[in-house]
Design a protein around this ligand. Structure first.
Ligand code: SF4
Length: 454
């Protein structure tokens, strides 16, 4: 037993290492931070090397096909590790563990336990059970309490933090598995979130928070609170520099929230507002509850309230039975919306959703071609928008260095979420705010120089 051994119940936990692989969205990255933070109390340190680890955790995503496939292939590759001297524990959590944990445990002999999205904070109980000899179990229970209360846990030591404000989703878009993997909406109380952020700023040096949820626009409904009210309260937190939030649903963007985009001093002038399609008939089949006209009307109001706001979006190409005309409507919407960037995907079936039960005549080739058309069209728009940045000055948080074409450059992110590179010999800039004038911009990258702003 070493000096640093921790004892829980009748089990000793000497210093050990944990390796975590995270797939998918920011919610999962946030959950992985929570895992690290809890496991620290059981003497686990992070490692990037799978072979060094005593505990391997796969934090899975069921939303994207690619993330799904990668997980299964990575899990398959861990079989040989069990034959090595260390015999690490292997666990799966996240969305796939929530819906398919039982099957995973049966199918993969190397897997010790699986646990779902709503019991992430019980990781130490599961590790204890496993070291106590109770292997091959899965837990995917839901939190049935009416209150949702947590404290943000971070271990990364950077000034950026994700702060979860709402969990679950009540929207049931026809293609999406999230309501089944993350459950119904539950919001934290506004006062708790503000106190949490204040603590992060005062004790952990956090300067930038991203308010997180599957549909943050729905925040606080059950408590007569709202995202707009929360942002206004956070705007008053001393020492906090920047507030971001994600992800938004257009149906729940209120006039009150739009007004806050115009008035809050610390709210990022960037909004990610997923539209998914420009065709009203496709939006109906997706059960999105808004029309393209409503969506474009929101952008107009937002741009009126905050003229320099930067908007990005998500697009699904080739929803089941999408006609050529419906696809063209999406291209037209790109022209009308003038997004700064988009995340675009070819539709893929998620088992258990309404869309999975739709008859579908589209082929993989058609979907691929439509996706390429959407992306090529957006790149032209993006190039034009980015070129307009040249000569303008932005406030940038420097995140680190990048090597581009053999030259090491500082890499930062503007308040409005654009990545900027600066070629400079200045040292020790990481996590400092600087002003950068954009000197060159293409559809995908921006170069700039540091300037002093009085
Ligand atoms: S709003 Fe729709 S797409 Fe977003 S998480 Fe909820 S069901 Fe999924």
């Amino acid at each position: 037993m070493t000096d640093k051994t921790v004892t829980l119940g009748d089990i000793e936990f000497p210093e050990r290492k944990v390796w975590v692989k995270t797939y998918g969205c920011q919610m999962n990255y946030h959950d992985s931070e929570r895992l690290f933070s809890h496991l620290k109390k059981l003497n686990f340190e992070k490692t990037e090397e799978q072979e060094d680890a005593d505990l391997l955790i796969f934090n899975t995503c069921a939303v994207r096909d690619l993330a799904n496939q990668k997980f299964y292939s990575h899990l398959g590759e861990t079989k040989h590790l069990k034959k090595k001297e260390k015999k690490p524990k292997v666990a799966v959590c996240g969305c796939i563990a929530q819906t398919d944990g039982k099957e995973l445990i049966k199918k993969y002999p190397q897997l010790d336990f699986a646990f779902g999205t709503d019991v992430i904070d019980s990781i130490n109980d599961f590790v204890y059970r496993s070291y106590a000899g109770d292997n091959k179990f899965h837990v995917n229970t839901w939190d049935r309490s009416s209150d949702y209360s947590i404290e943000t846990q971070i271990t990364h030591g950077t000034p950026q933090a994700f702060v979860n404000i709402i969990k679950g989703c009540d929207k049931f878009c026809s293609y999406c598995i999230v309501p089944f993997t993350r459950g119904r909406e539950k919001s934290r109380r506004l006062k708790e979130v503000v106190d949490d952020v204040r603590k992060l700023v005062e004790h952990q040096g956090v300067q930038e928070v991203t308010l997180l949820g599957q549909n943050v626009n729905s925040y606080g409904k059950e408590n007569d609170e709202s995202l707009a009210m929360l942002i206004q309260a956070l705007d008053e937190v001393n020492g906090l520099e920047l507030i971001r939030y994600t992800t938004s649903h257009p149906y729940d963007v209120s006039d009150e929230l739009i007004a806050v985009h115009g008035s809050a001093k610390k709210l990022s002038p960037h909004l990610h507002l997923p539209v998914q399609s420009g065709s009203n008939s496709v939006l109906q089949r997706m059960l999105r509850q808004y029309t393209a006209e409503h969506y474009l009307g929101l952008l107009e109001k937002l741009r009126k309230a905050k003229p320099d706001i930067v908007i990005s979006s998500d697009i699904i190409a080739g929803f089941p039975n999408e006609t050529e005309e419906e696809h063209r409507d999406t291209i037209k919407l790109l022209d009308a919306a003038q997004f700064d960037f988009i995340y675009s995907y070819a539709f893929s079936v998620r088992k258990g959703t309404k869309a999975a039960r739709m008859e579908d005549i589209l082929t993989r080739d058609i979907r691929g071609r439509r996706l390429r058309e959407i992306q090529a069209h957006q790149l032209k728009i993006q190039e034009k928008i980015r070129k307009e940045m040249v000569g303008k000055t932005y406030r940038v948080l420097i995140e680190g260095k990048n090597t581009m074409k053999g030259v090491e450059k500082w890499k930062g992110r503007t308040d409005c979420s654009r990545i900027v590179h600066v070629d400079s010999t200045e040292e020790n800039l990481k996590w400092k705010w600087r002003h950068v004038e954009i000197t060159e911009a293409t559809a995908l990258s921006c170069q700039g120089k540091f300037v002093t702003v009085q």
